[in-house]
Design a protein around this ligand. Structure first.
Ligand code: LAC
Length: 227
């Protein structure tokens, strides 16, 4: 089977969410790494919670930007750090302009050269994605910026993953979904995508009875999988 398009997760996959560590370290010496980790974990936990509890009884969706801010506040409180309004703005602003992983540009450029449509499918709200993509200079290399905002359900909800095939006009199994988040790679596999888990951190596999279709170590591994 030939893969016809590639969709990338944004946060953690194209953009390095732990690049906030150094600012965190500056603001809270000795706590930067713990803060970055807890902030990220809480952010994802909140997305899962609001989606899991949304349904007939109510809609608890709030944009990723807001959940990210709330997760930061919680993480600081948990670590006993006093988050001033100025520090919060600095950290949130850093989150808006996360560093892109260095290999991204050449991989996206090569996909474009091969004529393979490449896009983003992300929990991020449209404004966040647009700013991140522009500030990383990746806009001309991405044909689709798909945000779960339009369906008000975060990954791993089927409504979120359904955005890919609907926008690209090809079945999920003919789309390579690339994520550095193991849970996202597995959720997408369950949905029906062909998946690549970019396991940059050499993390242990998730024990959920399903494996991503492919596992690699950098975004470059995409190029061996598409024609
Ligand atoms: C995203 C989060 C999961 O970009 O990283 O969808």
């Amino acid at each position: 089977m030939k893969l016809k398009a590639v969709l990338f997760d944004a946060y953690g996959t194209l953009f390095d969410v732990y690049s906030v560590t150094s600012l965190g370290e500056q603001l809270f010496p000795g706590q930067g790494a713990r803060l970055a980790q807890l902030w990220r974990d809480k952010q994802i936990e909140y997305t899962h919670l609001v989606t899991l509890s949304s349904g007939a009884a109510g809609d608890h969706y709030r944009p990723f930007w807001e959940l990210t801010r709330d997760a930061l506040r919680h993480a600081c409180e948990r670590l006993g750090l006093t988050l001033t309004a100025a520090a919060e703005e600095q950290l949130m602003n850093q989150y808006r302009h996360l560093s892109a992983f260095p290999e991204n540009r050449e991989v996206l450029a090569e996909l474009q050269r091969r004529g393979i449509p490449a896009g983003i499918l992300s929990n991020g709200d449209p404004e966040m994605l647009e700013v991140a993509v522009k500030s990383a200079g990746l806009a001309p290399l991405l044909s689709h910026l798909l945000s779960v905002h339009s369906v008000r359900r975060f990954k791993t909800d089927a409504a979120a993953y359904g955005l890919g095939p609907a926008a690209l006009g090809v079945p999920a199994r003919e789309i390579l979904l690339v994520s550095s988040n193991a849970w996202d790679a597995i959720g997408a596999t369950w949905y029906g995508y062909t998946t690549l888990w970019v396991n940059r951190a050499a993390a242990p596999v998730e024990r959920l009875g399903t494996s991503p279709t492919h596992t690699g170590r950098s975004l470059r591994d995409v190029l061996a999988l598409v024609p």
